[in-house]
Design a protein. Structure first.
Ligand code: MEV
Length: 445
């Protein structure tokens, strides 16, 4: 066996883990001190953050940002955002205010149903199973009742359990296909517990049914797991304004030209997968930043959103445009499942703050805010793309990152920015210019 294989790493203390890192990579002995400098100052917060994962050696920081001026269904909000992509926050801040002056965002939730399946193999006659199913279903509800009491009190629970004959796709394969209402929770634990209980119950049912043949008494549970695809947990958001009022300080003709280009860009995202993926990446720039800030599982949200984008059998852009009777309407319809209680949302101190910043929304309200964030970041990206490209804005942010890295003093920032206004930004170009400035003796000023 390979001697370098480490066993029981999760039982190591933080210091032992860092020592293992130093041993393996030859890092400086001060690594522990340096890593410690990224940790929360108080022990309680450190423990909260450490407990969110396994084998932590420090905390990994990302900016916690704010995009102001989001008017959603007449409510004016700040959007809390966690992302490493500064242009996403810059665009959202801009687009929030842009639409606030045009009636704000509108949003509605069309459904909140969550799904999960027990996948099982049963080697009997499908018709027998269909006949037995009403009795089985009763048992499934009865034996999972101990898990659903609290959720039912909150207004949720198991909505339905259906039997799906999947034998046309795989021999002897069936599903218990269940729907749930999980109220303000994302509900993953609740759903998975119910599904695992269904698995146990159905197995017991077959095992104990002496009217069945020996072969039919055997039921193999392959897995019981929620589905992150929630096509009936659906939200819609939109903005609209007269076409002639679409751009600040521009003529009607310019506004119409812009509207037409936006429409073409959306049609392209709906007809070409290469563009659709990037288009939707721009949608999820906003959604993920809000999901991370509020402690929601962005991987689940993204997986669901991309599957929803392919619901017609072809992967398409998620946003849509309608220009009719002089009105420009830009919209998104999105399947997503979120929570505002339980999980990271109620544990991470900054997620708790993010939820407060959003004025303690319900899960449905958060769904609307996420759709709005996605719509806004997509609008910002496509607006920039059809009006000369994104590089100008990106380069400004790139320049500011480079100036940070080179440690250009605050008092010289303006001068460097002015110099690069009409020049190509690169690390070496900024470094060169900075050297030349120093040679000119700016330090003496
Ligand atoms: C970059 O993070 C996102 C964009 O590429 C999205 C788009 O192309 O629509 C600008």
């Amino acid at each position: 066996m390979d001697d370098s294989i480490i066993k029981g790493f999760s039982k190591y203390t933080k210091h032992q883990r860092i020592d293992a890192l130093i041993l393996k990579y030859g890092f400086d002995e001060n690594l522990a001190l340096w890593l410690d400098s990224f940790e929360a100052p108080d022990q309680i917060t450190r423990k909260i953050i450490d407990d969110l994962s396994e084998n932590p050696i420090s905390s990994f920081h990302l900016p916690f940002s704010i995009a102001p001026n989001f008017v959603v269904n007449d409510k004016n909000l700040f959007f809390p955002l966690v992302t490493e992509e500064s242009s996403v926050v810059a665009a959202l801040s801009n687009i929030g205010g842009f639409w606030a002056q045009r009636g704000g965002f509108h949003a509605e939730v069309l459904g909140t149903e969550k799904k999960g399946q027990v996948h099982f193999i049963w080697k009997g006659n499908p018709e027998t199973l269909n006949l037995l199913f009403p009795e089985i279903k009763e048992k499934l509800f009865a034996e999972s009742a101990f898990l659903t009491v609290k959720m039912i009190k909150r207004g949720g629970g198991i909505i339905s359990i259906e039997l799906k004959d999947m034998t046309p796709v795989l021999p002897d394969y069936y599903q218990l296909d269940a729907s749930f209402e999980t109220c303000d929770a994302m509900g993953a634990n609740f759903i998975n517990s119910c599904l695992e209980q269904f698995g146990k119950s159905i197995q017991q049912y077959f095992r104990g049914n002496e009217q069945l043949s020996v072969k039919e008494r055997d039921c193999e549970i392959i897995m019981a797991i929620l589905s992150n695809y929630t096509p009936n947990s659906l939200v819609r958001a939109w903005v609209e304004c007269p076409v002639d009022n679409l751009l600040d300080g521009k003529t009607s003709d310019e506004c119409r030209l812009f509207a037409g280009k936006m429409e073409q860009a959306i049609r392209i995202s709906q007809s070409d997968v290469s563009r659709a993926v990037t288009h939707n990446k721009g949608v999820f720039n906003g959604i993920d930043a809000l999901a991370l800030a509020t402690g929601n599982d962005f991987r689940a949200i993204d997986a669901c959103g991309h599957a929803y984008a392919a619901r017609s059998g072809r992967y398409c852009g998620l946003t849509d445009i309608l220009i009719q009777d002089g009105v420009f309407r830009f919209s998104i319809e999105l399947a997503l499942a979120v929570g505002v209680v339980g999980g990271v949302t109620t544990v991470h101190p900054l997620s708790k703050l993010a939820i407060q910043i959003l004025d303690q929304p319900s899960a449905s309200e958060l769904m609307m805010y996420m759709a709005v964030a996605g719509l806004a970041s997509n609008f910002g990206a496509v607006k920039a793309l059809v009006s000369g490209g994104i590089q100008e804005g990106h380069m400004k942010l790139h320049l500011s990152n480079i100036m940070n890295q080179i440690r250009i003093p605050e008092e010289n920032i303006d001068q460097v920015q002015r110099h690069f206004q009409d020049k190509t930004v690169s690390f070496s170009a900024v470094e060169e210019y900075w050297k030349s400035l120093k040679l000119e003796g700016y330090e003496d000023n």
